[in-house]
Design a binder for this molecule. Structure first.
Ligand SMILES: C[S@@+](CC[C@H](N)C(=O)[O-])C[C@H]1O[C@@H](n2cnc3c(N)ncnc32)[C@H](O)[C@@H]1O
Length: 495
């Protein structure tokens, strides 16, 4: 567990640095997976068509032919599957301008909770979480083989991804001390407990619906597919698998996220339906790969967990700081009240990104936690509506010094939990030749440490400024016109 120091003698703030409070199934905007080429079934006897890359696995080739048979792919479709550095991807067959339609997939091929609910397992889906009903649906359809409408799609799906949820214990050792490890373990525990419940309450009592074994590994496979391939944040669609669209890889060169749309249009000779449409975010020459942006807000740790790859630039390096009002704080009730009035709670989470300034709300919360001693008068009820605003600026030297000490000691404690230094990680990166998982581990652990180091540096510098900052009492006197131009206090003088 990557959680760190808790410092709480009464009336000092408690500060806990730990894993982001991430819902185990918070899917992002547009997202794909990792199917690694190595994970796909591959036969040397493939019947290869002349129009796709001859190295394409047979399963993907057959999926492509199926897309054509179904009319999802036509002569108008300007892309085809190809082998690319990211595994399989979609490659332009002719020049594509920015915003041109790249693909359209009619609603009848989408896989979402509504589809699970109206399927033959629908009777058991009503009480299930949406992602669990879709996971169960995937497993059922995969078992049906030839009888499933999506057979060729399932055959083309990979056996797994490079997500940290699939890493061996030895691989996980490479991320010891990181928030990524703690999130990964939390997600694994969550999926496992959902599996145990599902097996007991749904799978075993409904043998007629599930006349095949569903192992924990199967359930993890379905979870990983959804986590890495499902699209979300579409209008009315928070969790939807779109066969074909999920062959598109991610690039940091794409800096917008509005490439996926739900439109109405022709879906077959005589019918109209909703279509999932992707427009190209970039202009492309024939032969170039089409990319999208999976999610601008994800940290590298989120990317590693969801997709099994990270970006090597530092923009996605992040660390989540968890601050908590200690129940043993003598002003616990007042502080909690103030935190709640400002939309926070007894615990607050702040995502800190490399190279970005600290959020004002974090400084306010820290100052609140540290309030005590001669500053405690600010906690009185007459200040209740104003105190949060006062906390935007330093309150007193003692308060500001305390937050510096607490944050710096928490950062140091967090940094000591990693088994390598930033320099060691950088050396490994420079040497190269790392496996994809090790490169991810080194990148994430270096990133977290760089953010912690950055936070420590900010508070270290602040410590040197303590004598020069302006504190609450001075501001107050100024507001009342009681401080002269040189900072001297103006006393009342009788006329
Ligand atoms: C939906 S799939 C896209 C198609 C996939 N490349 C395939 O072989 O089927 C997403 C997966 O592709 C790979 N991928 C996508 N973008 C990538 C990138 N920029 N760098 C490395 N791998 C990437 C990752 O394995 C990711 O989980």
């Amino acid at each position: 567990m990557a959680s760190l120091s808790t410092i709480h003698p009464s009336s000092t703030p408690s500060l806990i640095l730990k894993t982001p409070k991430q819902h185990p199934f918070s899917l992002s905007k547009t997202k794909p997976t990792f199917y690694h080429f190595k994970n796909r079934s591959f036969s040397l006897n493939s019947v290869l068509s002349t129009e796709t890359d001859p190295k394409i696995p047979q399963t993907v080739e057959k999926f492509w032919l199926w897309l054509k048979d179904e009319g999802i792919v036509s002569a108008k479709t300007p892309v085809k599957p190809g082998i690319v550095p990211e595994g399989i991807g979609l490659v332009a067959t002719r020049d594509i301008s920015r915003n041109d339609v790249v693909l359209e997939v009619p609603k009848k091929y989408w896989i979402n909770p509504d589809v699970a609910a109206t399927s033959e397992i629908g009777s058991v889906c009503s009480g299930l979480k949406p992602w669990i009903s879709v996971a169960l649906f995937l497993l059922k359809e995969r078992f049906k083989g030839e009888e499933s409408k999506w057979k060729y799609y399932f055959d083309a799906l990979p056996q797994g991804t490079d997500s940290t949820i699939y890493w061996s214990e030895e691989e996980l050792l490479e991320i010891q001390g990181t928030q990524l490890l703690s999130t990964t373990l939390g997600v694994k525990e969550y999926v496992q407990s959902e599996y145990v419940k599902l097996k007991e309450e749904i799978i075993l009592p409904n043998k007629q619906l599930f006349p095949f074994s569903i192992t924990l590994d199967d359930f993890f496979w379905a979870f990983g597919m959804l986590r890495s391939r499902a699209f979300s944040r579409l209008r009315n669609q928070n969790l939807v698998l779109i066969p074909f669209a999920d062959l598109i890889n991610h690039s940091s060169k794409v800096t917008t996220e509005d490439h996926a749309h739900e439109v109405r249009g022709p879906a077959g000779l005589f019918s109209w339906d909703f279509l999932f449409q992707i427009r190209s975010p970039l202009s492309l020459k024939a032969g170039e790969q089409i990319f999208i942006q999976y999610d601008l807000n994800k940290s590298n740790a989120d990317m590693a967990l969801d997709y099994g790859f990270i970006e090597m630039n530092s923009d996605r390096d992040a660390f989540t700081l968890t601050l908590e009002i200690s129940e043993s704080d003598e002003f616990f009730e007042d502080k909690l009240d103030i935190a709640e009035m400002s939309g926070l709670g007894g615990s607050a989470y702040f995502d800190i990104k490399y190279g970005q300034p600290l959020q004002t709300a974090m400084l306010q919360y820290l100052r609140l936690l540290a309030l005590g001693g001669t500053d405690a008068f600010l906690l009185e009820s007459i200040f209740r509506n104003k105190v949060w605003g006062f906390l935007e600026m330093p309150v007193s030297r003692a308060n500001e010094e305390l937050i510096c000490q607490v944050v710096r000691s928490a950062c140091k404690s967090a940094l000591s939990g990693y088994h390598t230094t930033i320099e060691e990680d950088e050396k490994l990166m420079e040497e190269g030749n790392l496996s994809s998982r090790l490169a991810m581990a080194v990148g994430v652990r270096r990133g977290e440490k760089r953010v912690l180091q950055q936070i420590d540096d900010i508070f270290k510098e602040r410590e040197t400024e303590l004598d020069f900052l302006e504190y609450y009492q001075e501001r107050r006197l100024k507001d009342l016109g009681l401080v002269g131009e040189q900072g001297e206090i103006i006393f009342w003088e009788p006329k």
